[in-house]
Structures are given as C-alpha cells and as structure tokens.
Design a binder for this molecule. Structure first.
Ligand SMILES: Nc1ncnc2c1ncn2[C@@H]1O[C@H](COP(=O)(O)OP(=O)(O)OP(=O)(O)O)[C@@H](O)[C@H]1O
Length: 563
C-alpha cells in the first residue's frame, strides 16, 4: 500500500466530500483576496475622491464597493467554516475506513505473524500511521490544490489590471512553491523518518512499561525505566524542534519573498500610474491583493512535511499489512463435517517458523468423538504447540490432520472455532465486566446460562459476593481476580460456547485439590457428551480421563497405528 493505493479507498468513498472541500477552500481564499483587493481600492478611491473636492466626493459611489467588501468578508467566514466541516469529516471517515482495512489485513496474521512485533509499535502503526495517511488528503491535497488553483486565479485577476504585476505575482508564487518547498521537503525527509521510528519506539517502550509496571516496581527497576523513557522523549523532542525550526524558517522565507514581490508590484503599478495606464486607487488594490495572494502559500511548508509523514506512514503500514499470513486462509467455504467428529493426526511434523528445532516429528494419534483424553509430557516438550496446530495458528510442515473426516487446512480459524473451544494456558482477559467476558464467548448467552457456566467452574459464589455481581470489573488481564479465578472464568467461557470439542490446557492450575476435583466433576457432568483433550501435569486429573497420550521426543506414546 502507498498513498496512491490508499487513493483507491479515497476515490470510492470520499471523492465528493474532498473535492467539495477543495472548492470551498478555494472560494474562501478567493474571498480573502477579493476582500483585501477591494478594500485597497475602496480606501484609496475614497481618499482620492475626498482630496479632489466636493463634486468628486458626491460622484464617488461608496455603497457598491462597501457592499462588495461586506459580501467577501461574510463569504470568507462562511466558506472557511464549511470547508473545515467538510474536510475534517472526510478525513475522519477516510481514517476510519483505513483502520478497518488495516485491521482486516492484520487480523489474519495473528498470532504467528505478529510474534516478532511489539504491541506498542503495532498500536502506533494502527493509530498514528492510519491517522497520518487519513489526514494526508486534507493536510496536503487541500493546501496544495488551493495554492495552485488560487495562485493562478490571483495572478490572472491582477494581470487584468496590470499585465506585468500579474506576471511578477505568478513568478513570486512559483518561487515560493517550487524551489523553497522542494528544499524543505528534502531537508525534512530524513528527520521525519527518524521521528516516525523514534515515536514508534517510544510508544512501544511506554506500552511495555505500563503493562509491566508492577514487575518494574517489585524488581526495583522503575527508576531506570523512567530514565530510559525520558531519554527517548528527549530525542523525540530534539527531532520535533528541528522540524519546527525548519518549517517556521521556510515560512519566514516565504513571507520575505511575498514582501519583495509586493514591493516590486507596487513599483510596477506606480510606473503604470505615471504612464497613465493605471488609476491611483488601483496601486494599493494590487499591493494588498499581492499580499493576500501569498496567504495561500503559508500552510505549504507544513503540508510538505505532512505529505512526507503520510508517505512514511503508508510505507510502515505496507510493511505490516502486506506480510502473507503464516497460515493461508482456505479458498473454499468450510467443508461439511461427518457426524462423527473424530480427530486423526497422521505422521505430523512441525517446527516454528524460523527455527530449526522440530517440536513434533512424525507424531500420530486418533481421538474419537466423546473420548476424554489426557495429554501429558515434560515441560517444553510441545503440548501447547500441538493445541496451536489444532487451532490452525501455525502451519505444519508434514503429515495430515483431519477433523470430522475433513482436512484441517480447509477450515478457517473462525469455522474451527464453531467446533473447538480452547481454554489456553496463556489466556488473555480483556478489561471489562464478568458479563462482558462471558458474552465475548457467546454473545447470545442469557443470565441463566452464565450462572450455570459460573456454577460449573465454582465461581458462582464469588460472583454473588462481588460488588456488582456479573457487572463487576475484572481489570486488565483479570487483575482483579486471583490466578485460579481467572483460569476458571476462561473455562466458563469455553463452556458457554457449547462446542462438541473442549481443549483444556492445564485447566486446574492454581487450584487446591478439593476445588480441582469438584471442578472436574462439575465440568464432566455439565458436558457429558463433549470430547475433551486435556493437557495436564497433574496426576489428580487422570482418573477423569479415558486414556492418556504422552508426548516425548516429538512423538506420541503409545505409538498408534492411525488408519
Ligand atoms: N512462538 C514460538 N516460537 C518459537 N518457539 C516456540 C514458540 N512457542 C513455543 N516454542 C518452543 O516450542 C517448544 C514447545 O513449547 P510448548 O509451549 O508447546 O511446550 P509445553 O509442552 O506446552 O510446555 P509446558 O508444559 O511448560 O507448558 C519449546 O521449546 C518452546 O521454547
């Protein structure tokens, strides 16, 4: 994606508002020019008539130009207001569409494609970069479009009164827009690129710091962390200062060019007056018109920097969004499943992307529908990795997995989620209420179903005593819950989804033996027909299972002849 392909989003959705905004911006600039142009003529005309005696004073028509001045003043206010309204609305809508587009590109990359990215940096790309690209139309297209169109119109209008003045004005505007802006563009580009990287790093560091604040405090590393953040901030500020100095310096240079041009126009006008080709009131009229004309060049240095920022942001979004998903989405719709949802893993080999170590090597096993199977094995042997494969988070390099007679590769993760519920070991709880958390798993669940699921995982009493019952906030990552309560809430989510398969990764970790026993009993009586694959290190869970599979050396023991 670059700014041109973003214009695909732009042309489809927002073509008219943006062009309407440009038209309004041009009318506002023309009204400003007309106001000063006419005011200059009116004041000088009135002064000349006053000096020429009573007859001239009475002959001078004050009303018509004064009405014109009022008209231009009102038009300028109204069109400026409307322009802001239309262009900001267009910009916000474009940013919104861009964010949806970026989300649809990023979502299929998770989780495998995002493991090497920092959360804060991704957030910065998702929020700031989309903002920059979304606003590029109003921050760059409008000022440049207005400067070109109105610059031409101002030169033409001035040229109608004095040809040479029109030419000089056009030349002055051209010098302002071309060489000056090109140099500011070239000088700013490396700093803007550095600024984007520095800001991304700063936001990533800040996000990490906030997420791990507790750990930094307990490890006594908070001071060092603050110093790191402070130094990042100072670097950012230095780059921003440099860019601001460049922008204001350019604006001053443009003002200077504007004044020189005006001075030259005045000299030309005075000469024309002496030659009798221009009236006296037309001299200040051309001078003020010339000054007003340079108003449209003032936003251009900022627009130039905004364009470079947007281009860099578009490149960064392109890098993030154009990565191919680690697990390609199936091209055909989800296949029809057999009545029996047997899982057959045949000769599977798997290693993580960019690693050499095989986690699974020619592993085979079968789990029939309705079975309850424990998966055991030493820490780090690959049990959770196997679950990730079943959830289609990672691709496997060899072998075949079928579920209900269909190749797992033909399912999207969304289709698979209708059959499998996974209560993972490294679960994530969003900040919200207990109700929000449960509704996330099943948006149609009513209070009775939620109460049943909570009772099965032995959280009913906890929720009853919680300050706001189901509407109690659980905090970031379930911070307001104990480890065991958080895990049981995740189990309640899995139960509420009511899928035929339940995959539980260490479901009773952090629970005392009595609660563990009661929970497993409750779970099995709540879902007697569910097929359960349960990863566990705990011997106490084994009696609840029909059989045990052991993962060792990348293979499943006992080795099975898989059909
Ligand atoms: N995203 C990843 N990228 C690269 N290697 C990984 C990744 N996740 C896990 N691993 C590696 O794969 C191996 C298996 O890890 P896995 O989490 O599946 O083990 P486990 O059997 O579930 O361990 P535990 O019982 O401690 O939870 C480990 O060596 C681990 O370092």
């Amino acid at each position: 994606m670059n700014l041109l392909t973003v214009s695909g989003l732009f042309t489809r959705a927002l073509c008219w508002p943006v062009f309407f905004g440009l038209a309004l911006a041009c009318v506002a600039a023309l009204a400003n020019f007309g106001l000063l142009f006419l005011s200059g003529w009116l004041l000088a005309g009135a002064a000349c008539a006053g000096a020429a005696g009573l007859a001239a004073q009475q002959a001078f028509n004050m009303m018509l130009p004064a009405t014109g001045v009022r008209f231009f003043a009102t038009l300028r206010i109204v069109t400026r207001y409307l322009e802001r309204l239309v262009t900001h609305d267009a910009s916000l809508r474009l940013t919104g569409r861009l964010r949806v587009w970026v989300y649809t590109k990023l979502a299929p990359l998770a989780p495998a494609g995002l493991t090497d990215k920092r959360g804060g940096d991704l957030l910065s790309r998702f929020v700031s970069d989309t903002d920059r690209v979304g606003q590029s139309y109003t921050e760059t297209f409008i000022p440049f479009g207005r400067a070109i169109l109105c610059g031409l119109a101002f030169a033409l209008i001035s040229g109608l009164f004095l040809k040479s003045a029109g030419l000089i004005l056009a030349l002055g505007l051209l010098v302002c827009t071309l060489p000056v802006l090109m140099s500011v563009g070239l000088l700013s580009a490396p700093r803007l690129r550095a600024l984007t990287t520095q800001r991304g790093t700063f936001q990533a560091e800040l996000a990490d710091t906030l997420a791990g604040l507790g750990e930094y405090l307990t490890l006594g590393a908070s001071e060092a962390r603050i110093e790191t953040l402070d130094s990042h901030q100072k670097t950012l500020q230095a780059t921003e200062r440099h860019l601001a100095a460049l922008e204001s310096g350019t604006r001053s240079l443009m003002t200077f060019i504007g004044l020189l041009t005006t001075l030259y126009v005045v000299m030309l006008a005075v000469r024309a007056f002496h030659q009798g080709t221009l009236s006296a009131p037309e001299i200040p009229m051309l001078a003020l018109g010339c000054l007003a004309a340079f108003d449209v060049t003032q936003p251009l240095p900022a627009a130039c920097q905004a364009f470079t920022r947007a281009r860099i942001a578009a490149e960064r979004l392109q890098t993030s969004c154009n990565a191919a998903p680690c697990v390609p989405a199936p091209t055909a719709p989800a296949p029809a499943l057999h009545h029996l949802l047997d899982l057959i893993v045949r000769d599977i080999s798997f290693r993580y992307p960019n690693t050499q170590h095989w986690v699974l090597e020619h592993a085979s096993f079968t789990i029939h529908q309705g079975e309850r199977v424990a998966l055991v094995g030493s820490s780090g042997i690959g049990k959770s990795s196997l679950i990730s494969l079943l959830s289609r988070f990672y691709p496997y390099q060899g072998g075949e997995i079928t579920l209900g007679g269909q190749d797992l590769r033909h399912f999207s993760t969304e289709d698979l989620a209708k059959t499998l519920s996974v209560a993972a070991q490294d679960f994530h709880l969003f900040n919200g209420t207990i109700r929000d958390t449960l509704l996330l798993a099943n948006p149609n669940a009513d209070d009775t179903q939620m109460a049943e699921a909570l009772s099965t995982v032995h959280l009913e009493e906890f929720v009853q005593h919680a300050p706001h019952g189901l509407d109690t906030l659980i905090g970031d990552e379930g911070l307001a819950l104990s480890g065991g309560q958080a895990r049981r809430l995740v189990l309640a989510q899995a139960l509420l989804r009511n899928t035929p398969w339940l995959i539980l990764d260490e479901p009773t970790e952090g629970l005392d033996q009595k609660t563990e026993y009661a929970l497993m009993q409750g779970l099995i009586s709540a879902r007697p027909d569910a097929t359960i694959l349960c990863i566990t290190h705990r011997r106490t869970l084994i009696p609840f299972m029909d059989r045990i599979l052991t993962l060792a050396g990348g293979q499943i023991c006992p080795a099975e002849e898989v059909p």
